[in-house]
Design a protein around this ligand. Structure first.
Ligand code: ADP
Length: 609
C-alpha cells in the first residue's frame, strides 16, 4: 500500500472526520471532474476525430451493495496519472490548501477540494480508469488516510468509474440517502444542472396499463440535467436563487453575489456573458496570487478558466463567464492575447459593466453605495490607471464623503450644489472622516458653508488629481497652504520679523511660517505648498519612497495664543516657548504626532502661571 503525500493525508483526515457540514457537495465535485475529463477528450477529438464519442456521465445507485457509481467516457487516467492526481492534491489545490489552514467549511466553500470530498460520504473509494491513449486499465482503491493501492484491471473502453461504498448511517447523516433516486435527482438539479454533457440515471417509473388495476413499474434512462448553461437560459426563466447557486459553486464563494449582470451581444462578434459582483473582495485580492479573469467558453466549451485579458485590473473583482461562438477552440494563450475578437469582447464587457453600474446607481442608490464602500477603491484606481485613459467613463460612478451632506456624494451632485462664484471642488485627505472633520485647517471653510470631499483611501487624492476637474471646476486640496491670503492683510509687515524669528527657531521642521485666516478656534496648523501634499508624503513613505512635502506652519493672527506670542516677542519675553507650543499643536492636529510629548506638556504647563 502506498502512502498519501502529507497534505493530501491532512485533507483526507478532515474529510473523514467530517467536520464539513454540507456533505452533499461531493456529488457536484465528482460530476465536475467527470465533466472536465469529457471536456479534455472533446478537445482532443477536434484534431483527432477517432477520439470522438457520445460523451456522457452516468450515475448508478445500488441499494443492495450500498454503492454509488459515477462513470464518464472522458480522457481517463493511466497509471502515472492516477498516482499523481489521486495520490496528491493537485498542485494548484495544494497551494490553496496551504494558504487556507482554516476549517473545512470555508476550505471547500471557497476552493472545492474535488475528489477527496468522496471520503466525506464513503468508507471506501475505488477508481477504475483507462486512458484514451492506452489499452491498459488500472484500479485505484483506498479506504482512507492509511493509503491507497493501484492494480492493473480490465476496462472495455476509455473513461473513468468512481465507486463509493457509502458509510453506515449515523446520528450525523443518513448516508443511504445518497442512494435515493429523489435525492440524487435533486442534487444534480441543484449543483450540476448546467453541465453540458448528459448526466444519465436509470429511474423507476410507474404507469397505468389499459384494462389493469393499479400501476406497473418500469425503468427508464433519464437525463437529469437540462444541459443548458445557465448563461444561455432566457433571463426570465432563471431565478435569483439559481444564479446565486451557480455563482457560489462555480466561483467558490460563501456569499451570494450582490449583483448579476447579463450581457447578450449580437453583431460583428457575438457573445453572451454572465457576470457577478461579489459582496466582498477576496482576502488575497491585493496580493500577487490573486488571478483576475473571466471563464472563457466557446459555444459552451471551456477554453480558459481565467482569461485575464477580458477585464481591466481595476475590475479584477468581477467574476463570471463569457461564451462566444466566434472564438476558435484551440486558441493558445499567445494567440488569445492578440485576438482581435477577444479585444472587442473585452472592450464591450467593460462598457456593459459600467453601464450596469450607472443603472444600479440610479435605481438602487443604497445598494450601489454599499457596493462602492466595499469595492469602490477599484473604480478609483481605474480613474488614474493608464494616465487617466478611462476617467470619463468612470467619473460619474465615484462616490466620496461630503462634509456638508454627511454621506457619500457624486461629483455631479457636488457641482450642482455649488454656490455661484465658487470656483473649485474642495477635498481633504486623512485617516478617517472623523479625523478630517476635526482638522483646524478646515475650520473657516466649513463655517462659511464650503463643501469638502473627505478622502480616506490612499487612492482618493490620486484619483482626483487624475480627474483634475469636474464640470469645469478644478479640484483643490483644502489642506494645501493658504498662500493667496498670506500676502494680503495689514498684519504682514508688522509680523514679518516675528515670523522670520519663528521660522529660524523651528529650523528645518517647516519650510515657511505664515499668517492665515483659515482657522477660528485653532491657533495653528501645518499645510503644504506645491505639488506634494502631506497625504501624498504619507502614501509615498508607506511605499518606501521618501518624498518630502513643502511644510508650512500657518498661524491664526486672531487667536489669543498668537497675540501672546506677539506680546512676548515685543516685550523681549520668552516667545520661543509660545512658538514651540504653536508648532506642537499644529503637528498634533495636522500630522498626528509631536516630536517630544513630555516637553510639549511642560511648555503648556508653563503658560499657566
Ligand atoms: P481538481 O479537479 O481541482 O484538479 P481533484 O482532486 O478533483 O482536483 O482531481 C485531481 C485530478 O484527478 C484532476 O485534476 C484530474 O486530472 C484527475 N481526475 C479526477 N477525476 C477524474 C476523472 N473522472 N477523469 C479523469 N481524470 C480525473
Amino acid at each position: 500500500m502506498k502512502q498519501f503525500k502529507a497534505e493530501s493525508k491532512k485533507l483526507m483526515d478532515m474529510m473523514i472526520n467530517s467536520i464539513y457540514t454540507n456533505k452533499d457537495v461531493f456529488l457536484r465535485e465528482l460530476i465536475s471532474n467527470a465533466s472536465d475529463a469529457l471536456d479534455k477528450r472533446h478537445f482532443m477529438s477536434l484534431t483527432e476525430p477517432e477520439l470522438s464519442a457520445d460523451f456522457e456521465i452516468r450515475i448508478e445507485a445500488d441499494k443492495q451493495s450500498r454503492t454509488l457509481k459515477i462513470t464518464d467516457n472522458g480522457v481517463g487516467m493511466n497509471k502515472e496519472e492516477l498516482e499523481n492526481s489521486l495520490g496528491t492534491i493537485a498542485s494548484s489545490g495544494t497551494l490553496r490548501f496551504r494558504e487556507a489552514q482554516e476549517n473545512a467549511d470555508s476550505l471547500i466553500g471557497r476552493f472545492g477540494v474535488g475528489f477527496y470530498s468522496a471520503f466525506m460520504v464513503a468508507a471506501k473509494v475505488e477508481v477504475v480508469s483507462r486512458s484514451v491513449r492506452e489499452t491498459a486499465a488500472y484500479r485505484w482503491t483506498s479506504s482512507g488516510a492509511e493509503g491507497y493501492d493501484i492494480k492493473p484491471c480490465e476496462r472495455e473502453q476509455a473513461g473513468t468509474t468512481v465507486t463509493l461504498w457509502l458509510r453506515e448511517n449515523d446520528d450525523d447523516c443518513r448516508y443511504s440517502e445518497y442512494l435515493s433516486e429523489y435525492k440524487l435527482r435533486e442534487l444534480v438539479k441543484t449543483y450540476s444542472d448546467y453541465i453540458r454533457y448528459p448526466i444519465l440515471m436509470e429511474v423507476t417509473k410507474s404507469k397505468k396499463e389499459d384494462g389493469k388495476d393499479g400501476y406497473t413499474e418500469y425503468t427508464e434512462t433519464e437525463t437529469l440535467n437540462t444541459m443548458t448553461p445557465i448563461w444561455k437560459k432566457p433571463k426570465k426563466s432563471v431565478k435569483k436563487e439559481d444564479y446565486d447557486a451557480f455563482y457560489r459553486s462555480r466561483f467558490h464563494d460563501f456569499h451570494a453575489p450582490v449583483r448579476v449582470i447579463n450581457v447578450n451581444i449580437e453583431g460583428n462578434v457575438n457573445y453572451t456573458a454572465l457576470l457577478f459582483i461579489p459582496e466582498k473582495l477576496p482576502g488575497n485580492y491585493y496580493s500577487k496570487d490573486y488571478e483576475k479573469g473571466l471563464a472563457l467558453y466557446s459555444s459552451g466549451v471551456l477554453i480558459r478558466e481565467k482569461c485575464a485579458e477580458l477585464l481591466p485590473d481595476w475590475l479584477g473583482f468581477v467574476k463570471g463567464v463569457v461564451d462566444s461562438p466566434d472564438l476558435t477552440l484551440n486558441l493558445s494563450r499567445e494567440v488569445l492575447q492578440q485576438d482581435r475578437q477577444l479585444r472587442f469582447i473585452a472592450d464591450s464587457v467593460r462598457k456593459k459593466i459600467l453601464d450596469d453600474f450607472k443603472k444600479w446607481l440610479k435605481n438602487d442608490r443604497e445598494g450601489y453605495e454599499k457596493f462602492f464602500k466595499e469595492l469602490g477603491e477599484g473604480i478609483k484606481y481605474g480613474v488614474y490607471e493608464n494616465f487617466g485613459e478611462r476617467k470619463d467613463e468612470l467619473k460619474d460612478l465615484i462616490l466620496m464623503y461630503s462634509s456638508t451632506e454627511k454621506k457619500p456624494t457624486l461629483l455631479s451632485e457636488y457641482v450642482a450644489r455649488m454656490k455661484d462664484g465658487t470656483e473649485c471642488i474642495y477635498y481633504a485627505c486623512g485617516e478617517s472622516e472623523e479625523k478630517i472633520d476635526a482638522l483646524p485647517q478646515l475650520e473657516k471653510l466649513k463655517e462659511e458653508g464650503g463643501e469638502i470631499l473627505y478622502c480616506t483611501q490612499r487612492v482618493d487624492e490620486f484619483c482626483l488629481m487624475a480627474l483634475n476637474e469636474y464640470g469645469g471646476k478644478k479640484f483643490v486640496n483644502a489642506l494645501k497652504s493658504d498662500s493667496d491670503k498670506e500676502e494680503k492683510g495689514e498684519n504682514k509687515d508688522k509680523s514679518k520679523e516675528l515670523l522670520q524669528s519663528v521660522k529660524k527657531l523651528l529650523n528645518d521642521k517647516v519650510n515657511k511660517v505664515r499668517l492665515s485666516s483659515r482657522m477660528k478656534s485653532h491657533a495653528s496648523c501645518i499645510t503644504a505648498d506645491g505639488e506634494i501634499s502631506l497625504e501624498m508624503e504619507r502614501v509615498f513613505a508607506a511605499s518606501g519612497q521618501p518624498v518630502k512635502a513643502d511644510r508650512v506652519l500657518e498661524l491664526n493672527p486672531e487667536h489669543a495664543l498668537f497675540k501672546k506670542l506677539e506680546k512676548e516677542y515685543e516685550n523681549g519675553g520668552d516667545y520661543e516657548t509660545v512658538a514651540l507650543i504653536l508648532y506642537d499643536e499644529a503637528a498634533l492636529t495636522s500630522l498626528g504626532e509631536v516630536d517630544d510629548e513630555a516637553a510639549f506638556v511642560m511648555r503648556i504647563n508653563s503658560l499657566i502661571k
